[in-house]
Structure formats: structure tokens, C-alpha cells
Ligand binder design. Structure first.
Ligand code: KMH
Ligand code: ZN
Length: 274
């Protein structure tokens, strides 16, 4: 099997600082988190940004500072969110692509998101993809629901998305596909040929789905964006969630990828040495 790529999503757009003391809010905190999760065994960081008061922002300068802080303290693959937070405009969500992160997410369709709607119409997806092409950013296909892979194929048939790509199955969002092993297997069966994949289980499903992905030859995303707890009632630190996946992979005989090994698996260029 390929070495295991562990992505950490340390912030997200939903968890607020009053829910946990472990949420990295400032660029400096994101840089420190990057160092800690790299040390623990992550090879990629999925980035959202916050203002100092914890509210969400997709301000380009805030992302620039976060990118610099992460890069100063780690060689992780830096993946920006173009999902942002509910209520952001498509323009806001995609403006950060001008900073040319190595990767960025592309959610492949609209989905109920709790009581809200996470809107990703075809025009929104085409617009984000156009900016990804403009700035040479590799997409990660965020799959929250079964039909999202069909949407990716449709975008490919239009010529605005090339396949294969890396897909991340985000399972267990209220309103999206439930976080079951059967759903994961069906998505993997439905993947376009040559795609790599990871799974991000929401809440308490993060750990069991990570274990399944390790066994299946897929990759894993963990982090506070998707799951606040290490165990029942015990708040997690991002690096602890990464370290636990590393230990399980080692027990299962699965090698954990370095960032450069992950770049090779994902078809990214090696990090240029400054
Ligand atoms: N915060 C969600 C509305 C992504 O990062 O690309 C969207 C999200 C997906 O987190
Ligand atoms: Zn995200």
C-alpha cells in the first residue's frame, strides 16, 4: 500500500474558541499547530482562518500571514479551504487562491449543512476551478454526498476539471451522507479511475473511519474542524489526533508519508528549498 497521508484540519469554520481552548485562531497559533502536527506525523494542513476574536475570515492578508507562519515552521502541504464558512460569497471563498497554495478544496455540490445550506452550484464550482487553473492550484474534491462524485464527472466532461484528482470524503455532516463504512465503500467504488482518496469522519466517527481507511489503502483527515474530542468528554489537541492515527497505522504495518512522499503520491511538485 501507498504510505498513509495524514491531513490535519485544525480549525474549520464552525467550532468557536469558547468550545475548546485548543483552536488555533491567529496566524502565529496556526504556525505553532503546523509544527506540532508535523512533528506528530501529518503531511498536509487544511487551512481556514479566523480573526483575533475567533470569527471567520477569508481575508487575503490573514491567509497570507497564516501561510507564511505555517511555512516558516513546517514543510507541510498547505491546502486552503475554498469552502470557508456558511454565508461567505463565492468571491470571498476563492480570492485566497491568488496566494497560490499547493492545494485547495473544491466542494463538489451543494449540501444541507445543519440548518443551513452550503451552496456550491455549478456556476460557483466552475468559478472556483477557473481561479485554481489561473493560479495553478491543485484541487482536492470535497465529497459530502453521493451525488458529488457525479458532479465532479460532469465538470470533467465540460473540460473545467481534469481527472483523476484527490478526493476527500467528508462523512457525517448533518444533512450530508452518514459516516458509515458501507457509505465509504460505495464512494470508493464510485471513484473515477486513478483518484486517490481520504476520509474525514465527523465527530465520534472520525476514529473508526480513519481505521477503515488505513486498512483499505486510503488516506485520513483528522482535526478539530471535524471532531472536538479525543474521547468521550475529553477535548482533543490537533496533534494528539494525528499521533493516534500514526500509532494505529504503525500497528497495522502502514508506513506514514512524509510531506514530500505525500507530494509524490498526489502529483505535486517537491517543495522548493528557499
Ligand atoms: N465550513 C464549511 C461550510 C472546505 O473547507 O472546503 C465548508 C468547509 C469545506 O469546511
Ligand atoms: Zn474546511
Amino acid at each position: 500500500m501507498e504510505p498513509l497521508i495524514i491531513t490535519c484540519a485544525p480549525v474549520g469554520g464552525e467550532i468557536m474558541p469558547d468550545q475548546t481552548p485548543h483552536l488555533p485562531v491567529t496566524p502565529e497559533q496556526l504556525g505553532q499547530t503546523a509544527a506540532a502536527i508535523r512533528e506528530a506525523g501529518a503531511s498536509m494542513v487544511h487551512v481556514h482562518c479566523r480573526n483575533d476574536d475567533g470569527t471567520n475570515t477569508h481575508d487575503v492578508e490573514r491567509f497570507r500571514a497564516a501561510f507564511a507562519a505555517i511555512r516558516a515552521q513546517s514543510d507541510l502541504i498547505v491546502q486552503f479551504s475554498t469552502g470557508g464558512a456558511i454565508g461567505m460569497t463565492p468571491q470571498e471563498r476563492s480570492s485566497i487562491l491568488q496566494l497560490r497554495p499547493e492545494m485547495a478544496t473544491l466542494t463538489c455540490g451543494s449540501v444541507n449543512f445543519g440548518d443551513d445550506i452550503f451552496e456550491n452550484s455549478f456556476p460557483i464550482m466552475r468559478g472556483i476551478l477557473a481561479r485554481m487553473r489561473e493560479y495553478d492550484v491543485k484541487p482536492e474534491l470535497e465529497i459530502f454526498d453521493k451525488g458529488h462524485l457525479a458532479n465532479a464527472r460532469r465538470l470533467a466532461s465540460e473540460g473545467v476539471l481534469t481527472l483523476p484528482q484527490h478526493a476527500d470524503f467528508v462523512l457525517g455532516v448533518p444533512g450530508g451522507l452518514e459516516a458509515t463504512v458501507q457509505n465509504l465503500c460505495e464512494l470508493v467504488d464510485d471513484l473515477p479511475a486513478g483518484c486517490t482518496w481520504s476520509v474525514a469522519g465527523i465527530g465520534r466517527q472520525q476514529l473508526p473511519l480513519a481505521m477503515v481507511a488505513i486498512a483499505m489503502g486510503g488516506h485520513v483527515r483528522v482535526g478539530l474542524e471535524d471532531n472536538l474530542y479525543y474521547s468521550k468528554g475529553r477535548l482533543a489537541r490537533n496533534e494528539e489526533l494525528v499521533a493516534r492515527v500514526v500509532r494505529i497505522a504503525q500497528e497495522a504495518g502502514r508506513v506514514v508519508a512524509t510531506p514530500d512522499q505525500a507530494r509524490e503520491i498526489l502529483g505535486l511538485r517537491k517543495l522548493a528549498v528557499a
